[in-house]
Design a protein around this ligand. Structure first.
Ligand code: GDP
Length: 458
């Protein structure tokens, strides 16, 4: 039998409304003990709570009225936790909410642990672990895209995908086990071409999900864009223009930016982290040299690099070839186009001939919208957010990697005619790994790790 828990469900501080959530078998009785239809001096009128119907009244502590509130009782299983739940909407102030909560505690309610309401929803089978994790992602979403993506997880897109794979594997495992347990009745195990196709589709799906992990990470943490180039080409000005604020210091003096400066923004709902770096060139200045090394680290850490050039100057082939990455997208921007009249534009050497280059002016804003669009196109390509089960976190990715290892071992074993016991073990391990994602086979440690990331009250 579970106990009854309560916590403040809204953020601390002053606001219009603050919500206290109570969940557990005694929620209705305990809420009734502190709630009255009339203020404290009007004599306590015990309410008759009707599920999913709002009650207006007062929270009273003996002769003292603490606050005028609305109470929403929700009978199990039609509530967030699938238990009896009562939500009290009071005025949002730290003291008033704390007093109501303390009053509940004095009547035997236990303070909720972080994430305990969502944990109960999971344990009561109302949601699976991917949905529980999506709740945390919805709360922490920093952009429209990550919200959309978390919301698709919340309705169970990933769970469905995993269940389809588990169902194919379970059917296959059942036949293997029948052949092991009843060799006479079941006869020899046959690996048909349909089996091969079905198992290959599971392996392909797991592979797809692992690949999508990187794209999903972009959406959660932001796409890292490093702006680099020679000193004074306008890197800081471009950063400020993209951010639409004065983040980086701009001067004519080369070497002004020494430490990388970073800030974040969203473009069309996609989060970006933009990093301005020290100009890369030949120098004996020790501080500048350190800045240049840091710039190189930032290029290394980038998802996409913006290399800035300017009219009237040759393409800096030596510096570019030493610093530009080959394994990630690079966009060239020829800045200061407002000064380009009569000047030659940099001539791109053969190796960069096919690269994307844009003509812009950080001063006038010319080409900046085009640059934003190019950044989006380059980074997210054809990623369809929410249309498929994109995996959102490292825990899922690790489980999928292990699941794929067992799948691969099993499929190789099948081709080699390996004994059924070994094949069955790989099939079981694969199912177990997939089950940790939805929570079907998750250990207590995994549950603790997931729910400890939640705030109290969720
Ligand atoms: P960084 O060293 O590459 O970061 O360059 P800054 O952003 O500090 O700019 C160096 C100088 O170029 C400053 O005087 C800027 O005002 C100027 N500048 C930057 N972008 C433009 C531009 O598009 N047009 C013109 N005319 N000047 C610019």
């Amino acid at each position: 039998m579970t106990d009854t828990i309560a916590a403040i469900a809204t953020p601390f501080g002053s606001g219009g409304i603050g919500v206290i959530r109570i969940s557990g078998p005694s929620s209705f009785d305990l809420a009734a003990k502190i709630f009255s239809k009339t203020p404290a001096d009007g004599g306590k009128k015990v309410p008759q709570f009707v599920s999913h119907r709002v009650s207006h009244g007062f929270i009273c502590d003996g002769d003292t009225t603490i606050d005028e509130v609305l109470v929403i009782p929700m009978k199990a299983p039609h509530s967030y936790t699938a238990e009896d739940v009562v939500e009290i909407q009071a005025h949002s102030g730290t003291i008033v909410l704390r007093r109501i909560l303390d009053l509940l505690f004095s009547h035997g309610v236990r303070p909720a642990e972080p994430g305990e309401f969502t944990r109960r929803a999971f344990l009561n089978g109302r949601i699976d672990l991917t949905q529980a994790e999506a709740v945390a992602d919805i709360i922490n979403a920093r952009s429209d895209a990550s919200l959309k993506f978390a919301a698709s997880q919340n309705v169970g897109v990933l769970r469905q995908s995993i269940q389809e794979m588990v169902s194919i594997l379970t059917g296959f495992l059942a036949r293997l086990e029948a052949a092991i347990d009843f060799p006479d009745e079941a006869g020899a195990f046959f690996y048909t071409s349909q089996d091969k196709t079905a198992l290959q589709s599971v392996a392909d799906k797991i592979g797809d999900l692992i690949r999508q992990h990187k794209d999903a990470c972009f959406l959660k943490t932001g796409i890292r864009l490093t702006i680099c180039g020679e000193p004074n080409v306008g890197k800081s000005s471009i950063m400020n223009r993209i951010l639409e604020k004065e983040k980086s210091i701009i001067t004519d003096i080369p070497g002004t930016t020494r430490d990388p400066i970073e800030d974040s923004l969203t473009i069309e709902g996609i989060p970006f982290v933009i990093v301005d770096t020290a100009g890369i060139h030949q120098t004996d200045d020790l501080v500048e040299i350190i800045g240049i090394e840091k710039a190189k680290d930032q290029i290394e850490a980038a998802d996409i690099v913006l290399y800035v050039l300017e009219p009237g100057k040759p393409f800096p082939e030596k510096t570019a070839s030493k610093t530009l990455p080959r394994d990630k997208p690079v966009i060239f921007a020829i800045n200061k186009m407002d000064l380009a009249d009569g000047l030659d534009l940099p001539h791109f050497p053969e190796q960069y001939a096919g690269s994307c280059s844009l003509e812009i002016s950080a001063l006038t804003g010319h080409g900046i919208n085009g640059l934003r669009t190019k950044l989006l196109e380059t980074c997210i390509g054809n990623l369809e957010i929410g249309n498929d089960a994109v995996i959102p976190n490292l825990r899922h990715k690790n489980a999928l990697v292990h699941a794929l290892e067992h799948m691969t071992a099993m499929m190789e074993g099948l081709d080699k005619g390996q004994e059924e016991e070994t094949l069955a073990l790989d099939a079981k391990n694969c199912i177990d790994q997939l089950g940790t994602i939805t929570g079907d086979t998750a250990s207590l440690d995994i549950l603790d790790a997931v729910f400890n990331n939640f705030c109290i009250g969720k």
